[in-house]
Design a binder for this molecule. Sequence first.
Ligand SMILES: Cc1cc2nc3c(=O)[nH]c(=O)nc-3n(C[C@H](O)[C@H](O)[C@H](O)COP(=O)(O)OP(=O)(O)OC[C@H]3O[C@@H](n4cnc5c(N)ncnc54)[C@H](O)[C@@H]3O)c2cc1C
Ligand code: FES
Length: 501
Amino acid sequence: MERNSVWRATAERQRYATLDSDLGVDVAVVGAGIVGLTTALLAQRRGLRVAVLEAGTVGGGTTGYTTGKVTAQHGLIYADLVERHGDDNARRYADAMRAGIEQVADLASSLGIECDLTRAPAVAYTRLPEQRSRIEDEVRAAARLGLPARLAERTDLPFDVEAAVVFDDQIHFHPGRYVAGLAAAFTAEGGQLFEGARVTAIDEQRDRTVELTTRAATVVARQVVVATLLPPGLLGGYFARTRPSRSYGLAVRLRDEAPTSMAISVDTPSRSTRPWLDPGPNGMIVVGNGHETGTEPDTEAMYADLESWVRATFDVEAIDYRWSAQDYFTPDRVPYVGRSPMSELVLVATGFQKWGLNSGTAAAMILADLLAGTDNPWLPTFDAGRIGGVGTVGRIVKDNLKVGQELLTGHRRDPDSRPAADLRPGEGGLIDVGGNTVGGYRDLEGVLHTVSTRCSHLGCPLHWNPAETSWDCTCHGSRFSPDGSVLDGPAVRPLGRPPAD
Ligand SMILES: Cc1cc2nc3c(=O)[nH]c(=O)nc-3n(C[C@H](O)[C@H](O)[C@H](O)COP(=O)(O)OP(=O)(O)OC[C@H]3O[C@@H](n4cnc5c(N)ncnc54)[C@H](O)[C@@H]3O)c2cc1C
Ligand code: FES
């Protein structure tokens, strides 16, 4: 089994140069995931000069590690949106999501992107009789908002369900090939795209431009779009208004044909499935076991549990790939999209709650309108500057108390460190070096790598993630490789590297 996302392993990718000289543009987009690339392409088509700055490679963020469903069905959400935000907001959300699906279909078809785009029903089901009324409420709410929702009591899954809400005519695709196609179209149409260009500072200047700092060069832009999953550093305070959550994925070949629907359980633990077309009709993707980043000490057990479920439920021939990834949740279930409270020249899109292929595409449509100075009818619902009602603020306060607790007591709660010599090749954890506790990882060649386990974002303690061999932060989801380099933000600086002896 390959420890890599199937979408990363099976997409041909063009390489793009890094940024090595200063640049001036109308719009600088930070991040080349689905949000950044869609925004860049749509904004460029409005006549703006656009450059994309990507820290790693195109599609190398969460977009390359997703399930690959593009659907307006985000688990059970519409009844809840109506209750929390009222009819108008719920309708704008539904309209934006429907448009996001069609935007993906239009771009794939008009640009000729071969990404296995397939229409299929999306099914959200429960197996528990006590959850039936939630499904029925969702069908009613979604249908009233104009979505193609219907109630079903049978699915093409190999087990009985109590009830399901089905949205017809949704999409699944190969997200790696799709974003590679967006990047190729963007550059072919005149856009500039740089890989290996991590932005470490975003500063508004007195002359109403914004300066972006990368290791080798500076970019000056009239407007900036921050499409980095979560804005880096302290930008807009989004790190304190969202929660990071990871999930685990498998690409599986069955002995029989896989279900052709895309399905997700609303019961916990969550199980999400969809066809995987590369190996033929017996291919299937399974994703599940979500938990907040850094909170699960035994991440190998998350894979093992998902694997035992898929083997118990389907006739499995082989599991070819496994991977995990994260996304951010907002307290009121709606992503933050629009101008950041920090500067009206800086636009953000974050908090996609594991549905950002759809909502991120809709976000890009909103951002392209804002960049071009056009009104967008969905903006009031997604407004990136909103504070929210009492419930939302209460949730934020609760989350931040938890973070404060981790910051204050997390370092003290550390289990005893071990002598470095106890770490076997491939193992990591807290070790004692000269009386100090540091993070250690012994690589497969036997070399010991040591890092400070104080997160470079705001100093929370880091936790070893054995399945991904990374140091993960519970507070806001930053992640670091064993040599201390940043894997996931909001951190932008590498970890300190204390001596190994
Ligand atoms: C396991 C899992 C399954 C999912 N399944 C689905 C699904 O089926 N359907 C769906 O709609 N959504 C799904 N999602 C959610 C969806 O994948 C994400 O919401 C979406 O990909 C987010 O796109 P993005 O462009 O905002 O972020 P990303 O794809 O993460 O892109 C951000 C980019 O910014 C770059 N970057 C970060 N910091 C900097 C910096 N300082 N400077 C420069 N570049 C930087 C990163 O390297 C990255 O390439 C899933 C999420 C997870 C975790
Ligand atoms: S991510 Fe904020 S302190 Fe670690």
